[in-house]
Write a protein that binds this ligand. Structure first.
Ligand SMILES: Nc1ncnc2c1ncn2[C@@H]1O[C@H](COP(=O)(O)OP(=O)(O)OP(=O)(O)O)[C@@H](O)[C@H]1O
Length: 469
């Protein structure tokens, strides 16, 4: 039976090429041949070659083997994962030793014994698999280190809720997490979609492997494929080294694609193809890589509406929403508010070394407020109150928006007139105004505003917090 594997034979003698092809074709799925070593580069680029059988002398009467060493070096420089077997009719021990020192896996004397050649090629394929595995792990480790340094190590806060609505959410997560089903988390901004993604991963069998997140809302067109699928060195001007994409980093674990509703249609098609094939090809690469991931997506949008409006592909929606987890807005589960207030009060009191309690009437005020920014707004409000309160009692008056307006602070601020004239050169003031203007322009959509400002959503939220927006 033929084995999966692709081998290239390079020899200037057509009889050798025919003999090698006839023999190897019986055992391997892809056998390519060429009599011109200048073709090697293009063949490697267009086909995922694992092993090369390479002649050492191409020019007539040449017996030094120098050409073989030259092409061997070029192959290794182009793709170090390829295993090269050198062959020559002028067998001598020193040549064999030099070949192996230069990076060849083995040396074969012509004319070959079929059994010996097949054994050497089988060993070369095994070696190629090991090399691929080592390369993959090395690149995965580099990528994971990078992802960790980008603080994607996990959420700081617990995922809380005692209301019936949240109990149902926890139930669905518990059941769905045990399977590999794709999960779509929906809910307004600040309802805890990212926390839910982490909870799903932690409750799954993949918990010992990484959860890799990617904010689709802040990805520009030019980096989309390279972020998702990685790239090869030299694939484009800025590709100074190989980069592992998020799909490969998440191999064996979970991939969390946040803000999926913002993905342009062209990228939706690319993403769908990767999900269907369970394979990705890095930009500038020729070898598809198998990926085993559990997909978790999140969105603030109603994707069914987006499908109806032609903004989101129906086939992609069907692929990602095997299970849907809908996170209720905080105003739909007011019984959770005291729990969340106590939790964040104790967290921030500890952080700022304060001893604060909250008066029952103030807790009631917090329960009556509609929290359009959901738990994120609540946690920021409590943090500000902890910082601004004097004495032992939390003073909430300064932090909660007027219940009569029931608008998030960010919206209120955005409605203020913004002076565009440069009446100040204070960078902080200018930054604050720009952030407000971007929010206003994008009707409070934090992802869109962040993208317009060239910020990640994390960086945007830090600024919203800093300026109390
Ligand atoms: N159930 C919860 N218990 C405790 N904290 C929560 C809960 N839900 C959300 N939070 C807190 O609210 C903040 C926002 O949560 P998260 O980022 O998960 O929301 P999101 O729905 O992903 O928001 P966005 O759509 O804007 O990205 C975080 O600080 C998170 O810790």
């Amino acid at each position: 039976m033929k084995q999966a594997g692709s081998i290239l034979v390079v020899d200037d003698n057509p009889d050798i090429l025919i003999a090698a092809r006839l023999l190897l074709k019986q055992h391997y799925q892809i056998v390519k041949t060429t009599d011109n070593p200048f073709d090697i580069e293009a063949i490697i680029k267009s086909h995922p070659i694992e092993v090369i059988l390479l002649d050492m002398n191409f020019t007539q009467d040449s017996i030094s083997g120098k050409e073989g060493f030259y092409w061997l070096k070029k192959i290794i420089a182009q793709d170090p994962s390829i295993v090269v077997l050198l062959m020559t009719a002028y067998s001598d021990i020193q040549l064999a030793v030099d070949a192996i020192k230069s990076g060849a896996a083995d040396f074969i004397a012509k004319p070959w014994q079929n059994d010996q050649l097949l054994a050497a090629v089988a060993a070369a394929f095994a070696h190629a698999k090991d090399k691929q595995q080592v390369n993959k792990l090395t690149r995965q480790t580099q990528g994971l280190n990078q992802a960790l340094s980008e603080s994607q190590s996990g959420p700081t806060f617990d995922f809380l809720g005692q209301s019936a609505a949240m109990q149902q959410v926890f139930n669905t997560i518990e059941k769905a997490a045990q399977t590999d089903a794709n999960i779509l988390i929906t809910g307004e901004s600040g309802t805890g979609k990212e926390l839910a993604a982490h909870a799903i991963h932690q409750a799954s069998l993949r918990r010992d492997n990484p959860l890799i997140s990617l904010d689709m809302g802040s990805l520009s067109d030019s980096v989309f494929e390279s972020e998702l699928f990685g790239h090869k060195k030299g694939a484009f001007t800025d590709a100074k080294a190989d980069k592992v994409g998020r799909f490969e980093l998440a191999h064996g674990g979970s991939l969390f694609l946040d803000e999926l509703g913002n993905l342009p249609l062209a990228h939706q098609a690319t993403l769908l193809a990767a999900l269907q094939n369970r394979q990705i090809t890095p930009v500038g690469g020729s070898k598809p890589v198998d990926v085993d991931i559990r997909l978790i997506c999140a969105t603030n949008d109603n994707l069914s509406d987006s499908v109806a409006q032609g903004r989101f592909r129906q086939d992609l929606l069907y692929r990602i929403n095997t299970i849907e987890v809908r996170l209720p807005a905080l105003r739909e589960r007011t019984s959770d508010i005291p729990l969340l207030v106590d939790y964040y009060l104790s967290h921030f009191a500890k952080k700022y070394k304060r001893h604060l309690t909250i008066a029952p009437c103030d807790m009631q005020l917090l329960c009556d407020y509609t929290w359009p920014g959901n738990v994120r707004e609540l946690s920021h409000a409590i943090e500000r109150a902890v910082i601004l309160s004097e004495g032992d009692t939390l003073n909430i008056a300064t932090v909660v928006g007027q219940p009569s307006t029931n608008m998030p602070a960010a919206f209120n601020s955005a409605n203020e007139p913004i002076t565009q004239d440069t009446d100040t050169f204070d960078l902080e003031i200018i930054e604050q105004r720009t952030v407000r203007a971007a929010l206003k322009h994008h009707q409070g959509n934090v992802s869109h505003a962040a993208k317009a400002l060239g910020l990640t959503r994390g960086a945007m939220y830090r600024r919203l917090e800093k300026y109390n927006l």
